[in-house]
Design a protein around this ligand. Structure first.
Ligand code: FDA
Length: 391
């Protein structure tokens, strides 16, 4: 039977990085993946330019059942460490906004860099891993290409997002088979959808985009909102989707930093003949301003005819716009999967299972999920590095 020192299951961001960190002279490291190409999510990430890290990485930008869990790995492999690798590989990059670093060229440069870094390890594609058994001082791993034994196993098969790209629940199944906890997975960084009656109202706004602020369950974001044919999207919605739970109402400030009631009162004093819709259009995209005015029965109304009470209702509607999405677009479009292998069962320094030495879980299959903006790759690199050094 084939024997290796370390088998890494999953040749995505975390698995490839882990392999590079685990290499040592005379050590046999094998990376298995059921796909026919490694790092497919890296390839499509960041619109093809891979937002490979975020300079503002800190544990409070990650969601987890144990918010302190990611701190150790993140502290030992920082964004600057990854940037150093990128620089040494001669890959040009730029900062877009808010600390987000992207390749100037294609994201395949990052995949090539990771493959180069793990030269010396074996990459076996189109290979489907099955059950893992612990037997004596080693693990037996069934694969579609025969059984193998390994002194150590790292599970890096990611989450359930984008099944079309081959995402599976394998990592969770392995954790459960060994008796570890698994926080219920759910889609994260995903557009939200409207119920049918809201769709009738808001579908005409599809394509309208504006900067808004949302605060929900401890998450606070100010960024672009986009009305779509199905509901709401844009970075601010993707961010808050990781905090939102089905059935909850979201409250958005459509004109952050401006007291809309006060502005409308001032405009009434200066230009009372102006319509409510026109006044709102000075603060909101025109189509949205019109929709708010129509929704309030003020389509033709002039500012001068509105008492303070009405302007206050309009102001509240805009500064505290409430909506109750019916759901999310699901794993089909979700950038990440929230939940996963329970961090209480893992050692934060090594990502090793506390009750099964030699078995590690890294990357997205662990219950650690970053914000939008390069944080999830930084977690993949950092957790992969932590396990690679230890495994
Ligand atoms: P990842 O999903 O990368 O890798 C898992 C690997 O395991 C895959 O190669 C898969 O084929 C393999 N696998 C799965 N099941 C298996 C099984 N049963 N048997 C064998 N192999 C199996 N993040 C970020 O920081 N910046 C960004 O720009 C983006 N952009 C982005 C765009 C899109 C469209 C998506 C879907 C996601 C992103 N992300 C992102 C998120 C980021 O891609 C994600 O968090 C990391 O890829 C997670 O790395 P992992 O290695 O854990 O899983």
């Amino acid at each position: 039977m084939e024997h290796v020192d370390l088998v890494i299951l999953g040749a995505g961001a975390a698995g490839l990085f882990c392999a590079g960190s685990a290499l040592a002279p005379g050590r046999r490291v094998l990376v298995l993946d059921h796909a026919d190409r490694p790092g497919e999510k890296i390839r499509i990430s960041g619109g093809g330019r891979c937002n490979f890290t975020n300079l503002a990485t800190a544990p409070d930008r990650f969601l987890s059942g144990n918010p302190r869990f990611p701190a150790s790995a993140l502290a030992r492999f920082r964004p600057a460490d990854f940037v150093d690798l990128v620089d040494r590989a001669g890959i040009a990059w730029h900062e877009k906004t808010q600390g987000q670093l992207f390749c100037d060229g294609r994201s395949t440069q990052i995949i090539d860099m990771l493959l180069q870094r793990m030269r010396g390890a074996e990459l076996r594609l189109n290979c489907v891993p099955g059950a893992i058994r612990h037997a004596g001082d080693r693990f037996e791993v069934e694969t579609g290409q025969g059984r193998l034994t390994a002194a150590r196993v790292v599970v890096a098969t990611g989450g359930k997002s984008i099944p079309k790209m081959g995402a599976t629940a394998y990592g969770y199944d392995v954790a459960r088979a060994f008796g570890f906890g698994c926080t219920e997975p759910r889609p994260g960084l995903v557009p939200l959808t409207f119920a049918e009656q809201d769709l009738m109202r808001y579908r005409p706004l599809a394509g309208v985009s504006l900067e808004v602020q949302i605060s929900h369950r401890g998450g606070l974001f100010r960024d672009a909102l986009l009305f779509t044919h199905r509901g709401l999207s844009g970075p601010v919605i993707l961010q808050i989707s990781s905090y939102w739970l089905p059935g909850e109402v979201l409250e958005l400030d459509l004109v952050p930093g401006e007291d809309v009631t006060a502005t409308l009162k001032a405009q009434r004093g200066q230009a009372g003949r102006m319509s409510v819709a026109t006044a709102l259009a000075r603060m909101l995209p025109e189509r949205l301003a019109q929709a708010v005015a129509v929704e309030m029965g003020l389509a033709e109304a002039r500012l001068a005819d509105q008492p303070n009470r009405v302007l206050e209702v309009i102001g509240r509607r805009v500064n505290r716009w409430q909506t109750r999405p019916v759901g999310t677009e699901g794993y089909r479009t979700a950038e990440v999967t929230l939940g996963g292998v329970d961090t209480r069962d893992l050692d934060a320094r090594t990502m090793q299972a506390r009750r099964m030495p030699g078995l590690h879980f890294i990357g997205e299959c662990v219950d650690v999920t970053g914000w939008l903006g390069g944080y999830n790759f930084q977690w993949a690199w950092a957790s992969g590095h932590a396990a690679g050094l230890a495994a």
